[in-house]
Design a protein around this ligand. Structure first.
Ligand SMILES: Cc1cc2nc3c(=O)[nH]c(=O)nc-3n(C[C@H](O)[C@H](O)[C@H](O)COP(=O)(O)OP(=O)(O)OC[C@H]3O[C@@H](n4cnc5c(N)ncnc54)[C@H](O)[C@@H]3O)c2cc1C
Ligand code: FES
Length: 254
């Protein structure tokens, strides 16, 4: 069930120069939340900015949830400056979330930059017998966050942390070297060029993969029709906020 409620900020931590992790408390927004779902946060009590801003559940523990973000504009700036006790009008949980019911013994999490946001919660929700390996890439080390993850392979475009190159190159190398045994599933989240490269890789190796997608959003729950994504077979569109944001990578055009 979707709730609109007031949630209180109970922690605000700056993880790096540009990355923030803000913790909210709300029973309504946490009790049915699933990894891959998101919240839509109202930024101001006035008319500006008019639209709410969507953020993945980064992690959920009890009645607390976290969002992980960098500052892009007014919305992320306001949330980054919030003090303990600040209250926000938030709608959630929204969207479908990752499917973790299917059988696999290794989960490969592939993130570009802040695409890492939903993965701490995903890792927490996976069955304990599932091995988790994370590939996290960004332009430079200041944009790398590994919150909640271990067993992490890092790539940066400028080589300032981990391997120089992209996470897709690293993953391809590991696939070619037979690193993963048994059944595995890939979970991806990040900028469109990274997801496109991941789609090519999945086609090449015939991989089982779900990705979390993004678009600008207004309502966040399927009313305004403002967040379409085209189906891979050109047969129509799906709404990222309601039918997604998580899709099987085969299903969509990127
Ligand atoms: C389902 C969903 C989940 C999301 N989860 C997260 C999350 O967990 N963490 C997170 O940091 N972001 C997440 N985003 C993106 C986030 O909603 C935007 O970063 C946010 O709305 C920016 O608001 P703003 O007011 O700060 O910037 P705006 O004023 O809206 O934008 C300022 C400028 O920055 C650009 N911009 C805005 N967002 C991004 C972006 N993400 N990447 C590159 N350029 C951008 C805009 O095009 C514009 O030019 C998610 C988006 C969706 C749809
Ligand atoms: S944001 Fe309104 S339909 Fe998706």
């Amino acid at each position: 069930m979707i709730h609109q409620t007031i949630a209180e900020v109970i922690d605000n931590t700056r993880l790096t120069d540009s990355i923030y992790l803000v913790t909210f408390r709300s029973k309504e927004l946490t009790q049915e939340a699933k990894p891959g779902q998101f919240v839509n946060i109202r930024i101001s009590e006035g008319c500006y900015p008019y639209l709410r801003r969507p953020f993945s559940y980064c992690d959920v523990v009890g009645d607390e949830f976290k969002v992980l973000f960098s500052i892009y504009g007014i919305g992320t700036k306001v949330i980054s400056q919030s003090s303990i006790g600040a209250k926000f009008d938030i709608i959630g949980p929204l969207g479908n979330g990752f499917n973790i019911d299917s059988e696999f013994n290794t989960a490969i999490l592939v993130a570009g930059g802040l695409g890492v946001a939903p993965f701490a919660f995903l890792k927490r929700a996976l069955p304990k017998n599932v091995k988790v390996v994370s590939y996290i890439g960004a332009r430079t080390k200041e944009l790398i966050a590994t919150y909640g993850l271990d067993n992490v392979v890092i790539a940066t475009d400028d080589g300032s942390l981990g391997e120089k190159g992209t996470v897709i190159d690293l993953l391809k190398e590991d696939l070619m070297n037979g690193k993963f045994e048994g059944k595995f599933k890939i979970f991806g989240c990040g900028p469109t060029p990274m997801l496109k490269a991941l789609k090519v890789l999945c086609e090449e190796f015939n991989l089982n993969c779900e990705v979390s997608t993004e678009s600008a959003m207004a309502c966040g729950f399927g009313i305004c029709q403002g967040c379409p994504i085209e189906l891979a077979d050109s047969s129509g569109y799906r709404l990222i906020c309601k039918d997604g944001p998580v899709f099987n990578i085969e299903e969509i055009k990127l």
